[in-house]
Design a protein around this ligand. Structure first.
Ligand code: 5GP
Length: 216
């Protein structure tokens, strides 16, 4: 007798989950919690030419590289997307993302609206984009100041850029107002759970249904 294939053997196409927000809206904390709670999603570690901040680890937070190496990566097509943000260059290494997706893992990106637009142009079907908004402007400024890692000048620059970044909210699939961290993490998990069930991502469904029907 033909056996129905086990339901957990249905092959799924990996997705690319982008979280964008003005800095200070809580996106980094949401990402960290999501990674702790979900074994099937891996963080994409970007390259950047900006200097390392205290507490950051090379290879974990970013791959910190020289401008020359960055230029080579752009020219050689080694980056999935790249952009200049706050006067420094950032980019997503292609190879690591492709390896994670091929291994059946989803990939989480903490990138800005410019990078998201590029991914939307090159890989729309695999992209799920989420924009995180701060609950109030006052709270955003408080969070930026609480970090105290950057100079006043840098913070002022970021406040100005925040409004710029926020103007792109409508280009995203989902929008979360981060007034409660735990609730926001649960919301991102809900988005991920639903997107993983999209019919077109469950590439093994055809075989699964065929084997179901053969056993009837
Ligand atoms: P930070 O320097 O504070 O870590 O990041 C500054 C901004 O750069 C954040 O909005 C972050 O999302 C964005 N960013 C980080 N990595 C990348 C990347 O690889 N590509 C793009 N387009 N933006 C990035």
């Amino acid at each position: 007798m033909t056996r129905t294939k086990p339901v957990d053997s249905i092959q799924r196409r990996g997705l690319m989950l982008v979280l964008s927000s003005p800095s200070g809206a809580g996106k980094t904390t949401i990402s960290r919690r999501l990674l702790e709670r979900d074994d099937n999603i891996a963080m994409s570690v970007s390259v950047t030419t900006r200097p390392m901040r205290p507490g950051e680890v090379d290879g974990r937070d970013y791959h910190f590289i020289e401008c020359e190496r960055y230029r080579t990566m752009v020219v050689e097509g080694e980056l999935l997307e790249h952009a200049k943000v706050f006067g420094h260059f950032y980019g997503t290494p292609k190879a690591a993302v492709e390896a994670a997706l091929a291994a059946g893992s989803d990939v989480l990106f903490d990138i800005d609206w410019q990078g998201t637009q590029q991914l939307a142009n090159s890989a729309r079907k695999d992209l799920v984009s989420v924009f995180v908004l701060p609950p109030t402007a006052v709270e955003l400024e408080r969070r930026l100041r609480a970090r105290a890692q950057d100079s006043d000048e840098v913070i002022a620059g970021r406040m100005a850029k925040a409004s710029d970044e926020m103007s792109h909210w409508a280009e995203y699939d989902y929008v979360i107002v981060n007034s409660d961290l735990d609730a926001s993490v649960v919301r991102v998990q809900a988005i991920l759970a639903a997107e993983r069930l999209k019919r077109e991502r469950q590439v093994g469904l055809f075989d699964f249904v065929e084997s179901l029907r053969q056993t009837l």
